[in-house]
Design a protein around this ligand. Structure first.
Ligand code: ARG
Length: 596
């Protein structure tokens, strides 16, 4: 955990002072909440609590505000506190306090952020790719939102484990097994009398899987008997047929290797690569528990769990725990996974976040209810972190020109190629850059483009896929932010080359004050992003910070300032911005090139 001598943000410091002042008057501390002023020409911060406090105490708001303002003026960091209108308190902070705050942020490990007050042991279930089925743009959202939440929560002190929860237990496994059989019936895996051990060398490549699954799935759609064969194969696999189990392991290994390449491009990382099939051994016991607790019932050879409540306003279908073939599906593996996590993870999780398409909301509501009914986990400890769809121009979920889903791997390639084009177009790269370095810059631009354009939307809304806009260096984009960070690096590097070093920060100009206030807002933005599980709050902050730096850069000379103390101060302030910008971008999973 970063340093114990954390300097609180100005805004928190002021809120604490105002709250203490309200309390001293016998009023509630909550009235002391302070926020950034809407009118920066009059104040840095404002406190609007006097009106509410006056109402509840039956007193005059301006009188209360006057007393609070008088108390605030005693505080060493406060330059002025004045009452305005019906009882607003406008607060200005001293340049000295701003200078100290900026200085702290420059060298702080957390760049001015503050740890969460209530850290939790948290599992983040995200990514959710399916073995054999190619990932599509929906999986992009889960991957980048989930990975960003992992980074953010961990940074703020939560003990986080990220799990992919691979889809490796459904009908697609039956499709693969049967289609492979049709191509190569002589494979040892299909010989029921074979006693093992099975070969270590996989019988298929990722290209085979990419071919077998769609072929089988298309045939099964057109032909009920073909589909039935796949269903039967899944049931046999789930019942433990050894050759099929051995095939399953191969399919998973081959898929995971390929998945890791796509995820690496997106800078997405997992602590656990567990899947649905990993909890298969827990299923019989789980079903037994539901039965013993009297929570399940037989229904036409299947075992179901009714989860509806009298208060339900919408349809709440029962969960199918075991189907009439004896097979188990998506609900059951999710329930067994919860049991597995609660019993086997150390320390025991206090929170599980599921970063999955909004369209699966019903599934999670069903699973959470059943898990709570059985007492696997307490109410409120699981959350579905849903997200909207990625749409095409037509407002419908994005499709390729051929009408298919866009595969994640193709998306990555497209973004990389578009980034290369944009870089050339912008003509920004230094002449002396090697091929290798150019390649890295293009990859960084593509990464920033894909991640930022996804994350800066409110998680729950849909957005339109527009690669041209995402990769642009102008506007609210990832590449713009990269450019902003690289520019600060270059200012500092060139200054260093000229022998100019950062020194004590002495704030004295409006453009500098505005920038410090922006830096100060980082702590609150991160805590809010965590609390709401909303990465766009962090994006918004990082973007405003970059804009704040641009305004400062346009308003004042930095390395070209003649006064040596001022120059050193502005270089240091730039370094503080860089520290926070780098931290923020890292939390968004964006890599910053050294030059571009
Ligand atoms: N594999 C699923 C899909 O592609 C997502 C898995 C989400 N996680 C979970 N625990 N259900 O839709």
């Amino acid at each position: 955990m970063p340093g114990s001598n954390i300097m609180a943000s100005l805004i928190n410091e002021l809120s604490a002072a105002a709250s203490a002042a309200f309390e001293a008057m016998g009023l509630e501390a909550k009235w002391g909440a302070v926020r950034r002023s809407d009118k920066p020409e009059f104040a840095n911060f404002q406190c609007n609590g006097a009106m509410g406090a006056a109402k509840s105490a039956g007193r005059n708001p301006r009188e209360i505000a006057g007393e609070i303002a008088a108390a605030l003026k005693e505080h060493s960091m406060i330059l002025s506190a004045e009452v305005a209108g019906p009882g607003f308190i406008n607060i200005r902070v001293s340049d000295e306090a701003m200078s100290q705050r900026a200085e702290f942020i420059r060298t702080d490990d957390m760049a001015g952020a503050e740890p969460a007050p209530d850290p939790k042991v948290t599992v983040i279930d995200f990514g959710g790719p399916n073995v054999a089925k190619p990932m599509h743009v929906g999986h992009l959202r889960s991957a980048v939102i989930g990975d960003t939440l992992v980074r953010l929560l961990r940074f703020l002190g939560d003990k986080v484990t990220g799990d992919t929860h691979l889809g490796d237990w459904g009908l697609q496994m039956g499709h693969l097994v049967t289609e492979l059989y049709d191509e190569q019936p002589d494979l040892i895996y299909f010989d029921e009398s074979f006693e093992g051990p099975y070969p270590e060398e996989p019988p298929v490549t990722i290209d085979d899987l990419a071919r077998l699954y769609p072929a089988a799935s298309a045939k099964a759609k057109a032909d009920a008997a073909r589909n039935e064969r796949s269903q039967k194969a899944v049931a046999e696999l789930q019942a433990g047929r050894a050759g099929y189990r051995a095939l399953l392991r191969h399919f998973i290994n081959v898929s995971v290797e390929a998945l890791k390449i796509d995820y690496e491009f997106l800078n997405v990382h997992f602590d656990l690569w567990k899947g649905e099939s990993d909890v298969d051994h827990l299923i019989p016991g789980l079903v037994e528990k539901f039965k013993t607790a009297g929570l399940s019932e037989e229904d036409d050879g299947a075992v179901i769990v009714r989860i509806e409540r009298d208060s339900d306003k919408k349809d709440m279908p029962p969960i199918m725990l075991v189907n009439s073939r004896g097979g188990t599906g998506y609900h059951t593996t999710d329930l067994a996974t919860i049991e597995d996590r609660m019993e086997n993870m150390e320390p025991t999780p206090e929170l599980m976040l599921y970063v999955v398409d909004q369209r699966q909301a019903l599934h999670f509501e069903q699973v959470f209810r059943a898990a709570e009914m059985l007492g696997l986990i307490d109410e409120g400890h699981m959350e579905h972190i849903g997200f909207g769809t990625v749409n095409g121009d037509d407002g419908k979920p994005f499709k390729t020109r051929e009408g298919g889903v866009l595969r994640l791997a193709d998306l990555n390639t497209m973004a990389f190629e578009e980034a290369q084009r944009k870089i050339v177009e912008a003509g920004k790269l230094p002449e002396d850059m090697s091929e290798q370095e150019r390649h890295e810059v293009a990859a960084a631009v593509a990464l920033a483009a894909l991640r930022f354009s996804d994350l800066h939307n409110t998680r729950t809304s849909n957005y339109v896929f527009d690669l041209d806009r995402f990769t642009s260096f102008e506007g609210k984009t990832g590449p713009y932010l990269l450019y902003a960070a690289v520019r600060i690096k270059s200012v500092l590097r060139k200054a260093a080359e000229a022998g100019f070093k950062p020194g004590d920060i002495k704030i004295g100009h409006d453009a500098e004050r505005a920038l410090v206030l922006q830096l100060d807002a980082f702590a609150a933005a991160l805590l809010q992003a965590r609390e709401k599980r909303m990465p766009h709050v962090l994006c918004e902050h990082v973007y405003n910070l970059a804009q704040g730096f641009s305004a400062f850069y346009a308003a004042l000379p930095i390395a070209s300032e003649e006064d040596a103390d001022l120059r050193a101060s502005r270089l240091a302030l730039s370094a503080a911005v860089l520290n926070q910008l780098e931290t923020g971008l890292d939390l968004l999973g964006i890599r910053i090139p050294e030059r571009m």
